[in-house]
Write a new protein. Structure first.
Length: 149
């Protein structure tokens, strides 16, 4: 599962999640979560765009796994536990530079509450194309948490 936010790191998250799915012969679920009570035009115009953009990024890759997109009406930090059937959660670091935090609240929630391993993708700016087979394997939640702190 790739959790996208509409932020700068989405391209990195999609690239790494697609590589991991290809390496393991798995399907990829791209998820964007919107806190309730977002309904109607707000949900459709703003947040559907985030999911559609992430799926477009995935479609632009040379190789991509079978995939689907899901727009959830839950708080983003709750999305990591919404689906119990994922083998890996791929999430951006969500750096909050103004607060001095090393990771965002959603990233911390994934590291502490996801029922599966979490891959935290660090990075901003252009993505350097790499074949999926050269992507590092996913860390466990404990290893990823250690790398952040």
């Amino acid at each position: 599962m790739a959790l996208v936010s509409g932020g700068e790191e989405d391209e990195h998250v999609i690239t790494r999640a697609a590589g991991a799915a290809l390496d393991h012969g798995a399907a990829l679920r791209v998820v964007h979560a919107v806190a309730l009570p977002a309904t109607g035009p707000v949900l459709d115009s703003d947040h559907r765009f985030v999911l559609d953009n992430a799926l477009r990024l995935l479609d632009e890759l040379d190789r991509r796994p079978p995939h689907s997109g899901v727009l959830l009406r839950v708080h983003p930090h709750e999305a990591v536990t919404h689906y119990a059937d994922h083998d890996l959660v791929v999430v951006g670091d969500g750096v909050l530079a103004e607060a001095g935090d090393r990771s965002g609240a959603v990233t911390r929630a994934a590291l502490h509450h996801a029922p599966s391993p979490v891959l935290v993708v660090h990075g901003r700016g252009p993505v350097h194309e790499r074949p999926a087979s050269t992507l590092p394997s996913a860390r466990t939640s404990a290893e990823a948490a250690h790398a952040l702190f």
